[in-house]
Write a protein that binds this ligand. Structure first.
Ligand SMILES: *Cc1c(COP(=O)(O)O)cnc(C)c1O
Length: 395
């Protein structure tokens, strides 16, 4: 058994996770292999990270090449790879300026600081409130936790940053009533991930965009999980024909190399962070620059967003069949290759996930009782069929 590795892990690693008793060792395409050689079809992608699957040769070559050239410089100097990564990011996000971070939670910190600084520069120090959503998830650092709409995650760490109010997602009146003349920003996920795979309603998001514009309140969209092609466009907000003022990315942005980003329009940047306001030692170093640029190159080469749109019709059709057939599956929610099956109360999602892993399928959970399906974006229709067959035997 894997017990030596697991026992050793439990001795040295801080116990912040109840992990599945699987030691993953190798990946190839959309399959993972554990330390005993057991093969798994991966429909979790390391929590929506490994969009290109595993062991993509062009991507690996780009990383190896950068390892041989230069890993790190600090931000006291320019480096070439991060400029290329920045140009790609601007091209595909519609944002004008980007700051590379080392994680999603740090991208959120940067977004919050950007909004506060913008408002401070334009209106002085009394316009600092941020409206966030119930059931949201934005990360584990103190600032990101402050806007995460889950009391369970927040409570042990109070007091967090002040001036945060919560409203109901997809309820414009609720958000509007949380906004005061002190509000500087509204933050939300375009598609809620950890909260249970819930896309923003079109009318809600468009109304909110308009209201924020009218009142010079910054709209921050967290695209850390739903972005990078997963929803059928490079960023999910592009499906709504709107643009945020500030947005965040991470997860699939590096496809395994730890990197995040926050980006903004020129109108925001003009009043926002200036030299001395923000920084990072590692962030945007040549290695992650090469990784991000290689990821965007692969998306172009594989025409990945169009591929996701094509596959999304198929996966939704197959999942809808499951909803129809099984009484313990209440509904399907999601967008593109970010899908959730809401299970009935008598069917604990953890049991379904464990059964699936026994049978060689990796899926994960989200929210109250939602089965989360966030595969690598390179899966085929045959992989979807394989997943559906295993899932049926687990339900
Ligand atoms: C994962 C996630 C984060 C946090 O990212 P980390 O890299 O884990 O810090 C923030 N927002 C959303 C929507 C996420 O899914």
């Amino acid at each position: 058994m894997n017990n030596i590795y697991i026992d050793n892990a439990e001795k040295v690693l801080l116990h912040t996770y109840n992990r599945y008793k699987i030691v993953l060792e190798k990946g190839e395409g959309v399959y993972l292999y554990d330390s005993e050689g057991k093969k798994y079809l991966d429909f979790a992608a390391g929590i929506a990270v490994s969009a290109l699957g595993y062991s993509n040769n062009d991507y690996k070559d780009a990383l190896k090449n950068q390892v041989d050239t230069l890993l790190h410089t600090s931000n006291l100097f320019y480096n070439k790879p991060i400029v290329k990564a920045g140009e790609y990011f601007a091209k595909y996000s519609g944002m004008d300026r980007v700051f590379y971070t080392n994680s999603g939670t740090e991208a959120i910190e940067g977004a919050l600081k950007s909004a506060r600084k913008y408002s401070y520069a334009k209106y002085g120090n009394n316009r600092y409130e941020i409206v966030a959503m119930n059931h949201s998830f934005h990360g584990r650092s103190m600032g990101a936790l402050s806007v995460t709409g889950n009391v369970h995650y927040r409570e042990p760490f109070d007091p967090l940053i002040g001036g945060v109010k919560f409203a109901d997602y997809n309820n414009f009146e609720s958000v509007k009533s949380a906004i005061t003349d002190k509000t500087c920003a509204v933050i939300l996920e375009t598609v809620q991930g950890e909260g249970g795979i819930l896309p923003a309603d079109k009318e809600f998001l468009c109304k909110l965009r308009e209201f924020c514009s009218q009142n010079d309140i910054l709209l921050i969209l967290d695209e850390i999980q739903c972005g990078m092609g997963r929803c059928g466009s490079m960023f999910a907000y592009q499906n709504y024909n709107i643009k945020p003022d500030i947005m965040t990315s991470a997860k699939a942005l590096g496809c395994g190399v730890p990197v995040g980003a926050f980006a903004m329009t020129e109108q925001v940047a003009e009043f926002s962070l200036a030299p001395g306001d923000h920084g990072t030692t590692y962030g945007g170093n040549p290695f992650v620059g090469a990784a991000v640029a290689a990821v965007f190159e692969q998306y172009e080469k594989l025409n990945l967003t169009a591929y996701v749109r094509e596959l999304s019709d198929y996966i939704t059709q197959r999942l809808d069949e499951v909803v129809k057939k099984f009484e313990n599956v209440i509904m399907r929610r999601g967008m593109g290759l970010m899908q959730g099956l809401v299970l009935s109360e008598d069917t604990p999602v953890s049991k379904v996930v464990e059964k699936a892993m026994d049978k060689g399928l990796i899926v994960i959970s989200a929210g109250q009782n939602v089965l989360r399906i966030v595969p690598p974006l390179i899966i085929t229709k045959e992989n979807v069929d394989e997943m559906i067959e295993i899932l049926k035997t687990c339900l």
